[in-house]
Design a protein. Structure first.
Length: 135
């Protein structure tokens, strides 16, 4: 199971590869769709500086003890402190390449960047290195 924040869903949709989530995971939870259980105090405190969507995604992943799909740096830092397993859009593409669902990662990252999703040059360099592709 994976719990997704909104941003990676947008990024995957911009690349026309939202289907990768269904291909890689048996179950996908989205906080605005699934009811959110009450947040334990440690989650309330840790997420106090985040926006509502990030708080809900973290709370749901914490509750289900599942992987969190999130790209925002601050939310990822909070999730790490709560010992939640994390991946992001790049991680989804890397896993898809590893399992043979896509041939290359970088063209998809360039496409989502072209369509207005912010990706730093450092992240693209890291993704290229991890995917074994030339930038």
């Amino acid at each position: 199971m994976i719990v997704s924040d909104t941003s990676p869903l947008i990024a995957l949709a911009k690349a026309d590869h939202l289907h990768l989530l269904r291909d890689l995971y048996q179950s996908i939870s989205i906080p605005q769709v699934e009811n959110i259980p009450p947040m334990p105090p440690e989650v309330q405190i840790a997420t106090s500086s985040l926006d509502l969507g990030e708080k809900q995604a973290i709370a749901l992943a914490y509750h289900h003890k599942s992987t969190l799909l999130m790209d925002e740096r601050l939310g990822r830092e909070v999730a790490r402190r709560l010992q939640i397993s994390i991946t992001g859009t790049v991680g989804i593409f890397l896993q898809a390449k590893k399992t043979g669902l896509i041939p290359l990662v970088l063209p998809l990252l360039y496409e989502i960047r072209r369509r207005g999703y912010w990706l730093s040059d450092d992240l693209l360099d890291l993704a290229a290195n991890m995917a074994g592709e030339q930038r």
